[in-house]
Every structure is written in C-alpha cells, then in structure tokens.
Design a protein around this ligand. Sequence first.
Ligand code: ADP
Length: 260
Amino acid sequence: RHRVELHTDRSDELGDLANSITRLSNDLEHLKKYRNEFLASISHELRTPLTYIKGYADIISRDDASVEEKKEYIEIIREETEQLTVLVKSLFDLAKMDQNKFIIKRRNINFEPLIHTVTERIRPAFEEKCLILSVNCPSQIIAYVDPDRIQQVLLNILDNAKKHSSQGNRISVNISQNQYEIITIISDEGEGIPEEDLPYIFERLYRVEKSRSRRSGGTGLGLAIAKEIVESHGGNIEVKSKQGVGTSFMISLQRGDIVE
Ligand code: ADP
C-alpha cells in the first residue's frame, strides 16, 4: 500500500514538473515573439528618420532647390536627427534597465528646488506655445530619490502635456504629502487620451495615433521609461484622462528623512 502511495506522489511531482516546463517554454515563446516584435518596431522607428534625412539631403544636393527651400529641408533634417538622438538615448536607457545596470542613486533632497529646476527648464517652451504653467509645491518637503532621474520623469510628463495642449491651456503641477509619500500631480487641459488607449500608454513603443505623435517628436518610449524609473524608486505612477477634457498623471514617491 505504501508503495502505491509513493508511486502516486512521484507521478504528481512529475506531472507538476511537466506543467512547469510547458509553462516555461510557453513563456519563452512569448518572450521570443515579444523580442521579435520589439526589434521590428525599433527597426521601423530608426528607418523612418533616416529615410527623411537621406531624402531631404538628396533634394538639397540637387541644384534646382531655392535657398528658402534648402533652409526648410535643413530644418527637417535637424528635427529628424534630434528624434534619432532621443530614440537612441531612450533605447540605451531601457537596455540598461533590462540588465539591471540603470543606476539609481537615491538620497534625501529638498523637493521644492527640484520642482523649481524642472519648471524653469520647461518654461521657455511653454511660453513659446502660450501655455499657462501653475506650480504649487510646499517648502520643507523632503524626498528620498535620485534627483536627476526624477527630473527626467517630470520633464517627460511636462513635455507630453505641452505637446498635447493648445494655446492658452493651463498645465498645473501640484505637490502634496501624506505620512509616507510625496504625491506629484501634473494635469493638463489638452486633447486627452482615448479610453481604449489608456491601459497601454506605459508600454514600450505604444503611441496614440501613430503618425501625429511621431511628427510631434514622440518615440513612444517616454512613459515606459518614466514608469520604470518611478517603480525602481519603489514609487507608483498612474494616469487619468478624458478625451477633449485633459490628462493628469499622479506620481507617488517615498518621503525622505533629513537632508544629507
Ligand atoms: P511619445 O514619445 O510618443 O510621447 P510616450 O510614451 O511619452 O510616447 O507617450 C505615449 C502616448 O501617450 C503618446 O503617444 C501620447 O499620444 C499619449 N500621451 C502621453 N501624455 C499625454 C498627454 N498629456 N495628453 C495626451 N496624450 C498623451
């Protein structure tokens, strides 16, 4: 009787093992498929600006283009080169994150000067588009973060807010804190995000309305990187949006102690 029981146990174990192997190989298949899709999208993203750059360089080198036209084409080449630079930098950041080599150096810092630096950096671009920026950050807030990385996140979200707002719209940055966290809310009154796209906007290379977003300099990687950075701080990032009304991002980060 004992032997039969043993036999049953062993076959259960073997069954479990077989199931685990099947699950693992399914996961591997998914990973391979994901990697192939990602590589295909990346190749496309790299090829598109290169095609523009080559095309316009060819036109410029012909003699029949006017000086005005040449200036315009050089500007396009400059923009496409900028796009490529951002894309390559973002890919580099993501590759480092995937290998756990993206270093986050956390320390206790005053949050108000950090917010000030970020908003002053973005202000000229906001003024150029006649957007109203309102900032509300209490003093004496101490965060335990890597200031450079958090600046990168906030700049990215503010840049998105700028891209998707129209002249005269307000963009507000509100900071508050509770016992454990510092909460940053960045809201805009821009075009908003369609409900069906909302669950995916933090995914790599996901863009709402592909071509329009590409023309405005988007790579579809900004929010994926922002999420990775916030989560590697042990924080959280969420979005709420309504088409035609606006979008708001909420980031929570760990409170700090005494400034070092
Ligand atoms: P991108 O580089 O294309 O901006 P992101 O990862 O930063 O990529 O954003 C993903 C998508 O989310 C964008 O294509 C954009 O359509 C949408 N999005 C992000 N922020 C906003 C916003 N404030 N208002 C409207 N749409 C937004």
